[in-house]
Design a protein around this ligand. Structure first.
Ligand SMILES: Cc1cc2nc3c(=O)[nH]c(=O)nc-3n(C[C@H](O)[C@H](O)[C@H](O)COP(=O)(O)OP(=O)(O)OC[C@H]3O[C@@H](n4cnc5c(N)ncnc54)[C@H](O)[C@@H]3O)c2cc1C
Length: 533
C-alpha cells in the first residue's frame, strides 16, 4: 500500500479528485488504482480566501509502482494491524478486576475479554441510561448525586463531553488506531479514523460506550455497577482480595482505572501504595459566540457546512512565568456543572456531535506545580487545593451549585458585573455575578487576564469586554500520581494503576491507550483465567 502525503484540494472537491490526485502522485493511470482511502484529513485555513483540505491518502494498486527517491510525499506502508499475543505463564487464581468504566477501564477490560481473561468491571456510578437522568436532574434542580454524576458512572468523565478524540501520543504501536476502530464498530462515525481533530460529541459517545459494554459482556466480562472499591487486602507485597461496599472479591490482578476525581479512593490508597503529587492546571471557562470564532478563523467561508464550526488553541507565557493556555475547547457547546462532591462548583465543557449551539467555550487554565500547594510534603495536597477553590466558587455562586460568573472587562478590574452584554452563560443550574478573583489564587487570575488579552491578538475579539468567564475549572487532570514500575505495576504486586487517575494519561484517547497498555502487560505475565476452569 502507498501513502501519499500533502494532497491539497479545494473544500468543495469531488470524491473522484482523490483518485485523480493519487494517480498523479504515483504517476500511474487512474484505472491502475484498486482503492483509495483517507488516512488523514485536515483543514488549511491560513489563507482565508483559499481554504483547503489537506489529505494523506492510502492507495492500493493493481501493479507495483516505482517510487522516486525525490518524491518525499510518497512512501510504502503496511496496512494497520493491532494484535498482541498472550505470552504469560503465571496461573491466575481468580478473575482480574478492573475498577472504573471510563475509557482506560473499558479498553483494558475489552482487550482482556478478547483474550479470554473474563474481567470483572467495578463501577461506582450508574449505567449510562440512569446516569443521564441523574446528571439532567443536577443541571435542572441543583440536586447532586455524589454516586452518579458527570465524573462518576459508566463511560467515566468523558461521557458528558465534546468527545474530542485527538491525542498528542505518536501511534507507532497502533493502539490509537485500535481504539478508534473499536469506537467505529460500536457506532462512531467512520470519519474519526482519519480527520485531524476527530470528535463524536456526548450524544454519539453515550451509545458507543453502551455497545462496548455489550461487546465485553459477550466476550465473558462482567459489569458490576453501583459498586465502589473501598479497600484492598495485601499479603506478601501482593494483592489477594478487595473489598467493595457490597462484597469481598478474591483477585490477584487489580487494575485501578479510577479517574482523577476518586478522592476517597486516593485516600484509601495513600496508606497502601506509593502516591505522589503531580502538576495540573486550574482556571476558568470562557464563552464567545461560535459565529465570532468561525468568522475569525474562516473569514468569508465561515458557516460553510463543509468546514464545520471552527476551533482554536492558544498558549501564552505570562509575566509571572506561568503558562496560560486554552484547554478542552468545545465548539458550539455548553459549559457544564461538573461537581462530584457536595459544596463545590466545578466547570467543564460539552458539545453534541453537530456542535451547533450558540456559544463556543474553552477553559483558560494556568499550570500549577506541587510547590504551589505543599505537594512535596503531602501526596494528596493537590486534592485539598482543588477542594478549597471549588468551595470558594460554591460560596461565590450563592449555593445550590450556581456558578460565579463575570464579564472579562470586569474581571480585569476585579469588579462584580452588573449585566450581560451580547453573550449569555450556558452553565446550568444557573449563574451569579461575583468577583472570580475570590475563587482562584491571584497568580492564576493575573495570568488569565494577561492570557486572554494576548489571545485577542491571535483571534479577533477573543478579549471582547462581554466575553463570559465562569468558574472554577479545577479537574483538568489528576493532582495525584500512583507510581508504577516498568511493568506498569504499583508498589504492590498485581496492582496496575491505569489512565487519568494513575497520573500517566490525560484525555479520552490517551486514557484508552493506557488501558490497552496495561492489558498488554497482564497478557505478558498471566495466562487467561478460563484455562484453569
Ligand atoms: C465534562 C468533561 C468533558 C471532557 N471532554 C473531553 C474531551 O472532549 N476529550 C478528551 O480527550 N477528554 C475530555 N475530558 C477528559 C476525559 O473525560 C478524561 O481524561 C478521561 O475520561 C479519563 O479516563 P479514565 O478512564 O482514566 O478515567 P475516568 O473517565 O474518570 O473514569 C474513572 C471511572 O472510575 C470510577 N471509579 C472511581 N473510583 C472508583 C471506585 N473506588 N470504585 C469503583 N469505581 C470507581 C468512576 O466512577 C469513573 O467512572 C472531559 C472530561 C469532562 C469531565
Amino acid at each position: 500500500m502507498y501513502r501519499i502525503q500533502q494532497v491539497k484540494l479545494p473544500i468543495d472537491h469531488k470524491e473522484d479528485d482523490l483518485w485523480i490526485k493519487a494517480a498523479e502522485a504515483l504517476r500511474i493511470k487512474k484505472e491502475d488504482i484498486k482503492d483509495v482511502s483517507i488516512f488523514r484529513k485536515s483543514i488549511d485555513a491560513r489563507k482565508k480566501d483559499e481554504i483547503l483540505f489537506i489529505y494523506a491518502l492510502d492507495v492500493e494498486t493493481y501493479k507495483n509502482v516505482k517510487i522516486s527517491k525525490r518524491n518525499t510525499n510518497v512512501s510504502l506502508v503496511e496496512p494497520f494491524i493491532y494484535d498482541v499475543e498472550v505470552t504469560g505463564e503465571k496461573e491466575l487464581n481468580n478473575r482480574p478486576v478492573v475498577v472504573g468504566s471510563g475509557p482506560a477501564g473499558l479498553f483494558c477490560a475489552l482487550l482482556l475479554a478478547e483474550k479470554g481473561y473474563r474481567p470483572i468491571i467495578l463501577e461506582r456510578g450508574r449505567m449510562v441510561e440512569d446516569r443521564v437522568k441523574d446528571v439532567e436532574k443536577f443541571w435542572k434542580d441543583g440536586i447532586l448525586n455524589v454516586r452518579s454524576n458527570i465524573q462518576f458512572g459508566e463511560g467515566g468523565a468523558g461521557t458528558f463531553s465534546d468527545g474530542k478524540l485527538n491525542t498528542l501520543i505518536k501511534d507507532r504501536s497502533k493502539r490509537g488506531k485500535k481504539v478508534l476502530e473499536e469506537m467505529i464498530e460500536a457506532g462512531a462515525p467512520a470519519e474519526i479514523a482519519y480527520v485531524n481533530k476527530p470528535h463524536i460529541g456526548t450524544d454519539l459517545l453515550r451509545n458507543v460506550i453502551v455497545n462496548i459494554r455489550k461487546k465485553i459482556i459477550s466476550l465473558g466480562g462482567t459489569f458490576r455497577f453501583e459498586e465502589c472499591l473501598t479497600d484492598i487486602m495485601i499479603k506478601d507485597d501482593a494483592v489477594y482480595r478487595i473489598i467493595t461496599e457490597n462484597d469481598i472479591i478474591e483477585t490477584d490482578v487489580l487494575v485501578l482505572a479510577i479517574g482523577h476525581s476518586a478522592r476517597d479512593t486516593f485516600e484509601m490508597l495513600n496508606s497502601k501504595l506509593k502516591l505522589e503529587a503531580k502538576p495540573f492546571a486550574i482556571g476558568l471557562r470562557i464563552e464567545h459566540p461560535q459565529k465570532m470564532i468561525n468568522e475569525a478563523q474562516y473569514g468569508e467561508m465561515a458557516g460553510n457546512p463543509l468546514l464545520g464550526p471552527a476551533d482554536y488553541k492558544f498558549v501564552h507565557k505570562s509575566k509571572n512565568g506561568r503558562s496560560v493556555y486554552t484547554f478542552c475547547m468545545c465548539p458550539g457547546g455548553v459549559v457544564t456543572a461538573s461537581s462530584s462532591e457536595e459544596g463545590g462548583v466545578i466547570t467543564n465543557g460539552m458539545s453534541f456531535y453537530d456542535r451547533d449551539l450558540e456559544n463556543a467555550n474553552s477553559a483558560i487554565v494556568v499550570q500549577i506545580s506541587p510547590e504551589d500547594f505543599g505537594g512535596l510534603e503531602a501526596p494528596l495536597a493537590g486534592v485539598e487545593f482543588q477542594r478549597y477553590w471549588e468551595r470558594k466558587a460554591y460560596e461565590a455562586g450563592g449555593g445550590n451549585y450556581r456558578a460565579p460568573v463575570q464579564l472579562f472587562k470586569d474581571f480585569k478590574e476585579k469588579k462584580i458585573s452588573a449585566s450581560f452584554g451580547e453573550i449569555y452563560p450556558t452553565y446550568r443550574p444557573g449563574c451569579t455575578f461575583a468577583n472570580l478573583w475570590d475563587c482562584l489564587p491571584d497568580y492564576v487570575c493575573e495570568s488569565i487576564a494577561e492570557g486572554i488579552t494576548a489571545f485577542g491578538k491571535l483571534l479577533a475579539n477573543f478579549d471582547r469586554p462581554d466575553a463570559i468567564l465562569t468558574g472554577v475549572e479545577t479537574r483538568t487532570s489528576s493532582p495525584v500520581r500512583i507510581t508504577r514500575n516498568s511493568e506498569m505495576q504499583a508498589s504492590i504486586k498485581g496492582i496496575y494503576p491505569c489512565g487519568e487517575g494513575s497520573g500517566y494519561a490525560g484525555g479520552i484517547m490517551s486514557a484508552a491507550i493506557d488501558g490497552l497498555k496495561v492489558a498488554e502487560q497482564i497478557l505478558k505475565i498471566y495466562k487467561p483465567f478460563k484455562e484453569q476452569e
